[in-house]
Ligand binder design. Structure first.
Ligand SMILES: Nc1nc2c(c(=O)[nH]1)N[C@H]1C(S)=C(S)[C@@H](COP(=O)(O)OP(=O)(O)OC[C@H]3O[C@@H](n4cnc5c(=O)[nH]c(N)nc54)[C@H](O)[C@@H]3O)O[C@H]1N2
Ligand SMILES: Nc1nc2c(c(=O)[nH]1)N[C@H]1C(S)=C(S)[C@@H](COP(=O)(O)OP(=O)(O)OC[C@H]3O[C@@H](n4cnc5c(=O)[nH]c(N)nc54)[C@H](O)[C@@H]3O)O[C@H]1N2
Ligand code: SF4
Ligand SMILES: [Mo]
Length: 744
């Protein structure tokens, strides 16, 4: 290292794996990014996206000032101007039309950004609108629903204890590329190698032979959308062969007999045709799951964003429970995060359970889950006149035009809004509609703590990252969010940020500590002299499961202790948590909630009607992509076109595709068609085509020059906003029927 250089360690904020990175800096320049070999959790692993920390920071298209739209064109503006305009234009909408007239959409990067995690909620609260939307209903909402129904809270999510597991069964997830989801597992590849080295196996169930499937001992192609039948059949075998033994959690299981009865129609023979997996393979898999002491089944995007999303997640956990693999070393276990552990809240062992539904949505009567409506109905709520019609919108770190179904309709709806604000780092497909764009700050100028992802982590860890650069043009994002909440609270465009932050921290502390201990704790915080997210994280670490409780438990941790551990603090392997973790009213793991029994009936009815002949579309992720927003970084987008349609050779022959000329893929449901480059490959199952999401960077008003040169097409123009999973309203983004023909 040269004399004028310095080293900083940082958690990568770009995916759920939360790898520790080692940065070499010179002045304001990042000269090198590599994996931190001393990180106790990620052990030096880094993927190509990790280095984007440098390139994103340097991207000249990244916004460095607020933008205001005037006569259809965005111009640079000061923060004072931007907030004054929001105050002047957005608030009157609420005064005239009521709180629900302004909607909020939260996107994915907010989950990786401490400012959003800790200060985003304040914006929502200040807005006071029922019209809340997020990417969750294009992603993991079904996972939450399954957890809520079975264990009693939305956030009680078991994860495979991969480091001690001997049989890993994965459905609809490709962690070699995605690096895992609702399962924080840095260096999945290394951990898998260890698993295989100790004689363990991985089984992958996916309509595409992914890079993960390539490393598996067994891979089964499955017809998209049919996992529920397979999972129910596995349960059926466990029950009929007397292999259902919940073992260590047996005393805490309710509804086993009802579940056994409900899966009776799903025999391996019955489901073999629709799923495309032979009956004897299903039976053998069920037996193997039951016979392996340390086994975990896990599924994600491919099984969540499809027609049986919640049922799939539920049945996966039900298999873990009935095969005796839940809450057991090497099985599916519950993390215990050091801060904000949602699954430690309340009295141990019993709770109120979830209240699944709020008031249904105005236009389509869709479910409100976890306080939000399905994003699939956002356009309806903007377009449809009447009381409660949406006239204003705030998007925060989201690109719904590309990430959600029928972006063309959504774009039209956004264009008709009275006023729109976006908090974002780019002028892109979505933010081009915003009257005001507030820039997010560089990751390097903010502190970081993987607050959310630690909830799903395969080891319990606490790692904090300091800002490595002083804020240059843009204030740290938490300040922007505080200022936005203040405007929405009617405090005007120039609030006292320090006072608001003080209020934020005090509110957090009061929610955690007994009244009589409050003043001592406040004094301790004052002495520590922290502000913003750091202070809130300190409170939550100190009051958390491992915390020092402001002196009561001197051995416990605090932000000081976490900071002192330069590479992060390892809090150990996952430990059994049943029954303490349960929050259902019965104190049991509920295996037969009515909503799930209803879904099994629906599955039984649909099983008989599966249409074998249709061509089904699935998505895919690439190692160098990050949903829609990494396509502007030359180092990640260079090389051959990745926005191609994968087609099986037999389908290609049948459809008259030669792999040279492009094809037109269309959806009868949405009425859109796209012209795409074709890649003929037996990686996809016959009858299945695959196109990645996040492309379609052809909007003239965007300012993402590199992405525009690699525009690709928006695959979600083929996703129908009327095809949703009924329990949560999550969009069906996989397994929908499409038509393909040569483009001549
Ligand atoms: N067909 C299909 N569709 C899918 C999926 C699929 O598998 N198939 N996957 C779904 C999933 S899982 C997800 S998570 C979604 C993603 O959906 P979204 O969250 O709606 O979209 P992203 O593409 O993640 O866009 C993120 C936005 O945040 C901005 N941004 C990035 N970093 C920051 C920051 O630090 N601060 C601020 N303020 N803004 C920032 C980016 O510029 C971009 O505009 O897509 C979903 N859509
Ligand atoms: N490089 C990269 N990494 C990412 C992201 C990214 O965009 N790029 N996005 C991040 C985000 S926001 C998320 S949520 C995670 C998602 O992480 P994953 O859940 O691993 O998501 P995918 O890689 O899309 O894998 C989904 C798999 O499901 C399969 N599939 C589709 N339909 C079905 C089906 O009906 N049944 C079954 N069994 N399988 C099906 C697809 O073929 C695909 O292989 O990845 C994160 N990591
Ligand atoms: S795997 Fe995820 S966390 Fe790790 S370096 Fe890549 S993007 Fe960052
Ligand atoms: Mo996601």
């Amino acid at each position: 290292m040269a004399e004028n250089q310095r080293i900083a360690y940082r958690i990568c904020p770009f995916c759920e794996a939360t790898c520790g990175l080692k940065l070499t800096l010179e002045g304001r320049e990042v000269v090198d990014v590599r994996g931190d070999a001393d990180d106790p959790f990620s052990r030096g692993y880094i993927c190509p996206k990790g280095t984007a920390l440098k390139h994103l920071h340097e991207d000249p298209d990244r916004l460095s000032t607020p933008l205001i739209k005037e006569n259809g064109v965005h111009r640079e503006a000061s923060f004072d101007e931007a907030f004054a305009l929001i105050d002047q234009k957005l608030l009157p909408l609420r005064e005239t039309y009521g709180a629900d007239a302004i909607a909020l959409y939260n996107g994915n990067p907010g989950a990786h950004n401490l400012s959003h995690m800790l200060y985003g909620g304040g914006v929502a609260a200040a807005l006071g609108s029922r019209n809340r939307y997020s990417v969750a209903t294009a992603d993991q909402m079904p996972r939450h629903m399954a957890s809520g129904l079975m264990f009693g809270t939305w956030a009680t999510v078991p994860v495979p204890d991969i480091d001690r597991c001997d049989l890993l069964v994965l459905l609809g997830t490709n962690p070699i590329v995605s690096n895992g989801s609702m399962w924080t597992v840095p260096d999945f590849r290394g951990r898998l190698k260890d698993l295989q080295a100790r004689g363990g196996e991985m089984v992958v169930i996916d309509p595409r032979r992914t890079r993960t499937a390539d490393l598996a001992e067994q891979h089964f192609f499955i017809t998209p959308g049919t996992d529920a039948y397979l999972l129910a059949a596995i349960l059926n075998v466990l029950f009929t062969e007397g292999l259902a033994d919940a073992k260590q959690v047996a005393d805490y299981v309710a509804g086993m007999a009802e579940l056994a009865e409900a899966v009776q129609p799903f025999t391996p023979q019955q489901v073999a045709g629709p799923t495309g997996i032979a009956a004897n393979d299903i039976t053998a898999l069920a037996r193997k799951i039951a016979a392996t002491d340390r086994c975990a089944v896990h599924g994600r995007i491919g099984v969540n964003t499809q027609k049986f999303g919640s049922l799939n997640s539920f049945l996966i956990d039900a298999i873990n429970v009935t095969a005796g693999n839940l809450d057991r070393e090497g099985g599916a276990m519950f993390p215990k995060a050091a801060a904000f552990a949602a699954n430690t809240r309340g009295a141990p062992g019993v709770g109120r359970g979830i209240r699944p539904y709020g008031k249904p949505s105005r236009v389509r009567g869709l479910p409100s889950v976890m306080g939000e409506y399905p994003v699939a109905t956002l356009a309806d709520e903007i377009e449809t006149e009447g009381d409660g019609q949406i006239r204003g919108l705030i998007t925060m770190a989201g690109n719904p035009i590309l990430s959600n179904p029928n972006g063309a309709r959504l774009a039209k709806a956004f264009a008709g809004l009275d006023f729109m604000v976006s908090v974002d780092i780019y002028l892109n497909e979505t933010t081009r509609f915003a009257d005001v764009i507030l820039p997010g700050s560089s990751h390097l100028e903010q502190s970081h703590y993987a607050m959310l992802l630690n909830q799903f982590s395969v080891r319990n860890v606490a790692r904090w990252s300091a800002p490595v650069l002083h804020a240059a043009n843009v204030p740290p994002e938490w300040q922007t969010l505080l200022r936005l909440s203040a405007v929405l609270r009617g405090m005007g465009p120039n609030p006292d940020i320090e006072a608001l932050d003080e209020e934020r921290a005090q509110g957090q502390l009061k929610s955690q500590i007994a009244e009589e201990k409050l003043s001592d704790a406040m004094a301790a915080l004052k002495a520590a002299g922290r502000k913003g997210p750091d202070r809130v994280i300190d409170i939550m670490l100190r009051m958390g499961a491992y915390g020092d409780k402001f002196g009561e438990n001197p051995e416990g941790i605090s932000l000081d202790k976490v900071m002192a551990a330069e590479h992060g603090m390892d809090l150990g392997a996952l430990a059994p948590r049943v029954p303490e973790i349960l929050r259902t009213p019965t104190g049991k793991i509920e295996l037969a909630p009515d909503l799930i029994l209803g879904e099994l009936k629906r599955a039984d009815a649909e099983l008989a009607q599966e249409d074998g002949g249709a061509l089904r579309l699935i998505g895919r992720r690439d190692l160098r992509s990050n949903n829609s927003w990494f396509h502007n970084l030359p180092t990640l987008i260079k090389g051959k076109n990745r926005c191609t349609l994968m087609v099986h050779p037999l389908d290609a022959a049948r459809l008259g595709l030669d792999g040279e000329k492009p094809a037109i893929i269309s959806s009868a449901q949405t009425g859109h068609d796209l012209t795409v480059e074709v890649e003929i490959t037996d990686q996809v199952m016959e009858g299945v085509v695959s196109l990645p999401h996040g492309f379609g960077h052809d909007a003239a008003e965007s300012r993402m020059g590199v992405a525009a040169a690699h525009a690709g097409v928006n695959s979600n123009l083929l996703s129908d906003e009327y095809q949703i999973e009924p329990l949560t309203g999550t969009s069906v983004l996989n397994g929908h029927v499409v038509q393909v023909r040569p483009a001549v």
